[in-house]
Design a protein around this ligand. Structure first.
Ligand SMILES: Nc1ncnc2c1ncn2[C@@H]1O[C@H](COP(=O)(O)OP(=O)(O)O)[C@@H](O)[C@H]1O
Ligand SMILES: [Mg+2]
Length: 293
């Protein structure tokens, strides 16, 4: 269990990136969903001991993370949002090198690296230089390096941005697999990333946790408040002026509006809520998203 208590961070210049963050994160996949600027990377770097908060505490399996950075780093795997560039070295050679830095030597090192290359589906490409890898392969390589030393806490910051749908799915499957018996925190602005694979998640905005829970629980909380209507484009402004419009979708040549309201609006029918509706409704509620973009 990872416990974050009362975390606050204001950057020099006055941006408040973390405001009183309290979260208990159990083993398994945990999603941190929020728009750009929400404070996700700040939170991830803080958990990864690369940055100190102004206030608050973090504990992981009995380790006081902010005091005992070295102890945490022994059991931490971290995949940052920005990875920088890779040298022209094969994936295998790089992992062998990182393994040695982690204190893994001899026959064990070969075995560990081989297992990781197989697990991340890079075995056939192990002799290729990482700087020649596709985006998806680079991210899978990032997971391979994060798994060295069998860490119990893994922090992955926006790993699926820029991946195509097939690679994203593949990467999500890999995360689910490594979530067994570990705490894995995944930050993203893509609802689909957390919808299927995170049993627990938090929605973050402006440095605050706006909502947290399991996807089903969050979705149920919107039951009876979501309505849908097919409209002609010229009628959108009218609906928008009366109701909180969460999103628009194209459907059979018309436009489907999804509307949030406590009572059923005339000419609309009930819609079954999805996590995306929860996300948009939460952002609108906190003034972080326009009433339909
Ligand atoms: N090193 C920094 N110095 C000053 N402001 C920063 C720094 N890093 C991030 N910020 C600001 O803090 C806020 C949160 O940023 P960040 O944690 O990167 O959010 P996210 O990862 O959700 O996009 C943003 O307004 C960002 O501009
Ligand atoms: Mg970020």
């Amino acid at each position: 269990m990872l416990r974050l208590a009362d975390l606050c961070k204001t950057y020099p210049g006055g941006v408040v990136a973390l405001q009183d963050i309290n979260l208990n994160i159990p083993a398994g996949m945990y999603g941190l969903l929020g728009p750009n600027g929400a404070g996700k990377s700040t939170l991830m770097r803080t958990v990864a001991t690369l940055q100190t908060p102004d206030h608050g505490s973090i504990t992981f399996d009995g380790i006081d993370v902010l005091r005992d950075k070295t102890e945490l780093r022994k059991t931490l795997g971290y995949l940052p949002q920005e990875f920088g560039s890779y040298p022209r070295t094969s994936a295998e050679a790089m992992l062998m090198h990182f393994a040695a830095l982690k204190g893994i030597h001899g026959e064990q090192r070969k075995q560990v690296v081989e297992n990781l290359l197989v697990q991340t589906n890079l075995w056939d490409e192990r002799k290729r230089s990482v700087d020649q890898y596709s985006g998806g392969m680079k991210q899978r390589f990032g997971i391979a390096q994060a798994l060295l030393g069998d860490p119990k806490l893994i922090v992955v910051d926006e790993p699926t941005a820029g991946l195509d749908p097939a690679e994203r799915r593949r990467f999500q499957n890999l995360l689910v697999e490594i979530g067994e018996g570990r705490v894995v925190i995944l930050s993203t602005h893509i609802v689909d990333d957390v919808e299927e694979i995170c049993p627990q998640l938090a929605i973050m905005g402006q440095g605050k946790i706006l909502k947290q829970g399991g996807p089903a629980e969050l979705i149920n909380s919107m039951e009876g408040k979501l309505w849908t209507s097919l409209v002609e484009p010229e009628n959108i402004p009218e609906v928008r002026s009366k109701y909180s419009v969460l999103s628009t979708r194209f459907s059979a040549g018309k436009i489907e509006l999804r509307v949030l309201a406590d009572e059923k609006p005339a000419d609309m029918s009930p819609a079954s809520p999805e996590l995306e509706d929860v996300y948009f409704a939460t952002l609108i509620e906190h003034g972080l998203k326009e009433n339909m973009e």
